[in-house]
Design a protein around this ligand. Structure first.
Ligand code: ADP
Ligand code: MG
Length: 335
């Protein structure tokens, strides 16, 4: 009988820094102790996968030359796009199991991409895996998502969150203090396909065509830029510029054990995403409000692309009795 193999890729929760990756800004996600596992045997010239999260059997003939975005069932698009990235010729057959909800802002898509990449025999660096997975996601969905999810999931290490400079693709491991709980609360499923995500990318492009790279602008210089932009582009730019600063301040607050300030920055980030970036929903606002008014919670915010998904809180140990407590976990790997 063929030898059986197992790969695992974690989901991630973004603690702060949303909608900053695609302008080369700063993000602060953490790989979590929930994720996606593929058990498989090698052999043949096809990738054949079933999943406990989605219906249907994905069957991909190798090598993949056709457009991955038309594969059915639809979750096979990520699989086909990864196989095309690596010009995979050696097949496999297996099952996908996952304990992160798909389509809820915990990056089940990047977890699936990275796990498939490893199962197909990828052996390069975490950054190479992340870039391939990002290209695959674009090919599979047509949504111009940033590099945050894939780079966090490919590069994370145990016990640490990842501070990522998305321009330099530089990852800094930042320990999560033992006396801080990170809790994820599911609010609603959503999809970025057909959402306003691509509009936000275009609006930031518009701001950058006038102001230059948003990652290089200091919050103090923002007001001077106001007359140069229409109201909408100004608000989008203001979110990105202030969010980059909040990520820097958040890393400093964690490093100096100023949990209260770290939490306040998260709550401020949520306000910015709600009012300047328009990516929150009433349900997410309510969930954040509930968490921030819970004793022992330092701060809370929506996490990920928005328009639904999950919210995240940091708190004193044991303060939150809803959702999942998640721990900082290592990135995609063979088990
Ligand atoms: P998120 O990455 O935030 O969970 P996305 O909309 O980017 O949400 O990706 C969700 C999609 O990824 C699903 O609709 C499905 O096509 C695919 N997917 C993710 N995880 C799995 C899985 N375990 N099995 C099958 N498909 C999955
Ligand atoms: Mg995704």
């Amino acid at each position: 009988m063929a030898e059986s193999h197992r790969v695992h890729a974690p989901g991630r929760v973004n603690l702060i820094g949303d909608h900053t990756d695609y302008t080369g800004g700063l993000v602060f996600p953490m790989a979590i102790d929930r994720g996606t596992t593929i058990d498989y045997v090698r052999g043949g010239t096809r990738v054949v996968l079933r999943s406990d999260a989605e219906p249907g059997t994905v069957t991909i003939e190798l090598p993949v030359r056709d457009d991955p975005s038309v594969v059915e069932p639809a979750w096979g698009r990520y699989v086909a796009a990864m196989a095309r990235e690596f010009a995979a010729a050696r097949g496999l057959s297996g099952t996908v199991t996952s304990d992160i909800p798909a389509g809820a802002g915990l990056s089940s898509s990047a977890a699936l991409e990275c796990a498939v990449g490893l199962a197909l025999g990828f052996e390069g660096s975490p950054t190479e895996l992340a870039l391939a997975a990002q290209r695959a996601e674009h090919a599979a969905t047509g949504v111009p998502t940033g590099i945050m999810d894939q780079l966090c999931i490919a590069a994370a290490t145990a016990g640490n969150a990842t501070l990522i400079d998305c321009h330099r693709l530089a990852v800094t491991n930042v320990p999560i203090p033992d006396d801080v709980d990170v809790t994820v609360v599911f609010v609603a499923h959503r999809t970025l396909v057909g959402s306003a995500y691509a509009d936000r990318v275009a609006e930031c492009d518009r701001a950058e065509s006038v102001l230059g790279p948003l990652r290089l602008i200091e919050p103090a210089d923002l007001e001077a830029a106001r007359p140069e932009l229409d109201e909408l582009a100004f608000r989008r730019a203001r979110h990105v510029v202030t969010e980059n600063q909040r990520v820097r301040d958040f890393a400093t607050a964690l490093a100096t054990d100023d949990h209260a300030h770290a939490g306040a920055l998260m709550t401020d980030s949520h306000r910015s995403l709600r009012t300047d970036f328009d990516t929150s929903t009433r349900e997410m606002d309510t969930a954040v409000e509930r968490l921030t008014t819970t004793p022992g919670v330092f701060g809370a915010r929506m996490t990920g692309g928005g328009f639904g998904g999950c919210v995240v809180a940091i708190s004193e140990p044991g303060a939150v009795d809803v959702g999942w407590r998640v721990r900082p976990s290592p990135g995609a790997r063979h088990l």
